[in-house]
Design a protein around this ligand. Sequence first.
Ligand SMILES: O=P(O)(O)OC[C@H]1O[C@H](OP(=O)(O)OP(=O)(O)O)[C@H](O)[C@@H]1O
Ligand code: HPA
Ligand SMILES: [Mg+2]
Length: 179
Amino acid sequence: MHQDIEEILITKEEIQERVKKLADELREEYTNLQPLCICVLKGAVPFMADLTRAMDISLEMDFMAVSSYGASTQSSGVVRIIKDLEASVEGRHVLIVEDIIDSGLTLSYLIDLLKARNAKSVKVVTLLDKPERRKTNLSPDYFGFSIPNKFIVGYGMDYAEKYRNLPYIGVLKEELYRS
Ligand SMILES: O=P(O)(O)OC[C@H]1O[C@H](OP(=O)(O)OP(=O)(O)O)[C@H](O)[C@@H]1O
Ligand code: HPA
Ligand SMILES: [Mg+2]
């Protein structure tokens, strides 16, 4: 285990098993709809890659970068678009692929934006849900795990850009960000 990790919350094997089940559910819903899967950079990259391959249906991918955390464990509340989509979402069935919903501010901003751009449907799949910290009344259509209010890293998730390549999801030692 990495020296900065307090405990492993979800193992690599548990992630793989859950992702496969989510993909089965999404296949049911999206077969023949040619969904546009939107990966929210950067944290959702490993989840997007594993999930879409396991879905194994005809789909398209696009990528969007928004950021509200920076080098902090608290959302700034201000969502900035860093990279916009290439594809038009008009008339499309859109599936937003997120790694984590925490305050919900990133996602509520994105959902409003995609609806305003006339997507035919907008749904959300997130690997992790941290409901205790929610500041909006938003819940994902699909989620992998509900987790306690701890700052976690790994499988795409970072603290100040580090730890994204850990294969498991772990709780970051508090002394690394509390001073
Ligand atoms: O529900 P919220 O409180 O808005 O938090 C969730 C968002 O915050 C993180 O992204 P971040 O802004 O850190 O960008 P990153 O994916 O590039 O790390 C995470 O990947 C989600 O997109
Ligand atoms: O717990 C978290 N870890 C990493 N990134 C995050 N973005 C929102 N919550 C988290
Ligand atoms: Mg981040």
